[in-house]
Ligand binder design. Structure first.
Ligand code: FE
Length: 188
């Protein structure tokens, strides 16, 4: 099975799970983030990264039902690293790095923008601590030196916004074209 069929299958089987502590499901959250990326004229790779930024949560749930309750207790499930490792087998860093960096991007924004934390959901504020809290000045420098830091910040902001239970989006099939295009770009 290729990566894109596997992504579709994961969302079919696990996308209806609630996005931990939020008012949307994993699928709704992913689709809202991808829709925001598309509305903001993101590249196919960036839209793919937005859609799949939390694929690590879904992989965790698919491999161990206990992962769901673990995360619900605000433990850090390292989903950004798991998603990154899974995606980087098939996609280039333009997709996998924003996924890896979307949690550091939250810690970065908390450190450099005092208003940012007010935008976060309660669950996101709670998980911040387990993720290391706001970045130190050394971590800020290291984050800013990442090639895909700007893309990671964009994904992070769409992630934070993608929790609206009333927002309508295109379905998963609409985004398949971007998954294909990003895959083909990575293969070049
Ligand atoms: Fe998310």
């Amino acid at each position: 099975m290729n990566i894109i069929d596997k992504v579709m299958e994961l969302f079919v089987h696990y996308g209806h799970r609630i996005y931990f502590g939020e008012a949307v499901t994993q699928r709704e959250h992913a689709l809202q983030a991808a829709t925001l990326a598309e509305e903001n004229k993101g590249s196919a790779s960036l839209i793919t990264a937005a859609l799949l930024h939390d694929i690590g949560h879904i992989i965790n749930i698919s491999e161990s039902p206990a992962a769901e309750s673990l995360y619900a207790d605000t433990a850090d499930d390292l989903h950004e690293e798991i998603g990154y490792r899974w995606l980087s087998v098939h996609y280039g860093p333009e997709v996998s790095d924003p996924v890896r960096l979307h949690v550091p991007a939250k810690r970065y924004l908390c450190a450099i923008d005092e208003d940012y934390i007010k935008l976060l959901s309660k669950t996101s504020v709670r998980s911040l601590h387990g993720q290391g809290g706001p970045m130190t000045s050394g971590e800020i420098k290291a984050f800013e030196s990442e090639i895909f830091a700007t893309d990671a910040i964009a994904v992070r902001r769409w992630d934070d916004e993608a929790k609206d239970p009333n927002r309508k989006t295109p379905d998963l099939l609409h985004f398949r074209i971007y998954l294909d295009a990003a895959f083909n770009e990575s293969a070049c």
